[in-house]
Structures are given as C-alpha cells and as structure tokens.
Design a protein around this ligand. Structure first.
Ligand SMILES: CC(C)(COP(=O)(O)OP(=O)(O)OC[C@H]1O[C@@H](n2cnc3c(N)ncnc32)[C@H](O)[C@@H]1OP(=O)(O)O)[C@@H](O)C(=O)NCCC(=O)NCCS
Length: 182
C-alpha cells in the first residue's frame, strides 16, 4: 500500500459518486437495506431499526478489523442525491488481496450502476492500495451477481457446496477471482 494513501476516499465515476460510508448515511441506507429483495441470497435481513444500523456504521468508521490486520472499506454509492447502494472491500495489505462485495436497491438494478461502481472500486484498489488479487463469493442462485462479476473480468475458480445455511435453505457458493489489469 502506498504510504500516504487514504484507503477510503471519495470516488467519482461517469454517473455515480462513492462517498466513504459514515454513520450519517444511516437514514439514506435504510431505504436500500429495508427492501427484502436486497437480501434474498444473503444471510442478512433488513435492519431491525435505524439505531442498530447507525451503531454498525459508526463502528465501521474505524476502517479496520478489530485486530487491526485488515482494512474494512465501505462506500455509499450515490446517483445524484439518492443513495442507491454500497460497495465494500476487505483488504489484507500483507497479502495484497481484497474481497469485494456490493448491494444495490432493487429499483436501481439492471442499469449498469453496480458494474460502474465496482469497477471504480477495483481501479482504486489496484492503483492506490496496490492490491494484486481480488476475490468475490456469491450464492450459486445469484445470477445477477455472477453476471456482474463475469462482466468485470472475474473467473469462477471453485464451488463450495453447503457453504452456509440461512432462511431455511442451504447456500452453495461460487468463488470468483481476478487480478489487476484483467
Ligand atoms: C448483484 C447486483 C449488485 C447487480 O446489480 P445490477 O445493478 O443489476 O448490476 P448491473 O446493472 O451493473 O448489471 C450487471 C450484469 O448483470 C446482469 N443482470 C442483472 N440482473 C440480472 C439477473 N436477475 N439475472 C441475470 N443477469 C442479470 C446485467 O444484465 C449485467 O450484465 P450485462 O453487462 O451482460 O448486461 C444486484 O442484483 C444486488 O444488489 N443484489 C442484491 C445484493 C446481492 O446479492 N449482492 C451480491 C452478493 S454476492
């Protein structure tokens, strides 16, 4: 990682603004996360209340895992003045690796916003944080996520059967990987 680099700065794309996630984004993100369709293939559920989400976002402002070994980076994605989703990266600086994840409001799906925001995240992590290898994990039923990863140049490298169990079903997962410049 470059010495002076801010690991979680604002980022801008053609149509979107990515703001470093902060507790003050809570009311805007409640709209995104309250929709159960956002959580279909995730173990999560809509936040119980605004206070719980605010507390979580406040904790994440440290941008670090509790033991300090990983960078936990989160951005809120804005289209004009509306928060439409989040992108996140768990970075292991020692190994130059990052796991990426993303969630967008169903009303904003299918317009290339996720691709645009995640591409900006990958570019930033490659050039500023000198990440060399990316990984992403998705439920095998989550076709939109798989299509997104493939469009971004990720390759499916393995499948984990019975990786998780939530909402009354077993979740099988695909692991995807990609290097920088691919
Ligand atoms: C996964 C997710 C971020 C994709 O968002 P999106 O805004 O629809 O993505 P984009 O518009 O950038 O589209 C990416 C690609 O997926 C395709 N796609 C979108 N919805 C799809 C669907 N239901 N089935 C198959 N492909 C789909 C798009 O056509 C596009 O492919 P293309 O470039 O070949 O046209 C969104 O569905 C989401 O937030 N889901 C809920 C949270 C989640 O599951 N996150 C991932 C956890 S691993």
């Amino acid at each position: 990682m470059k010495e002076a680099a801010d690991p979680n700065p604002p980022l801008v794309t053609g149509r979107l603004r990515l703001e470093p996630q902060r507790a003050e984004h809570t009311p805007l993100m409640m709209r995104v996360l309250a929709d159960p369709r956002t959580h279909t293939y995730l173990p999560s559920d809509p936040p119980e209340d605004e206070a719980a989400l605010r507390e979580r976002y406040a904790r994440l402002e440290s941008r670090r895992s509790p033991d300090g070994s990983e960078l936990w980076l989160n951005w809120v994605v804005f289209q004009s003045t509306q928060a439409i989703g989040t992108v996140q990266a768990t970075v292991q600086p020692e190994r130059a690796q990052a796991e990426v994840a993303y969630v967008f409001h169903p009303g904003n799906w299918g317009q290339g916003y996720a691709a645009e925001a995640v591409q900006a995240l990958l570019d930033f992590l490659c050039t500023e944080l000198e990440v060399k290898q990316f990984r992403a994990t998705t439920d095998t039923r989550n076709l939109a996520s798989q299509r997104l990863l493939e469009r971004l140049g990720f390759t499916q490298v393995s499948e984990i059967r019975g990786a998780d169990k939530f909402k009354g079903t077993v979740s099988d997962e695909y692991i995807y990987e990609r290097g920088c410049g691919e």
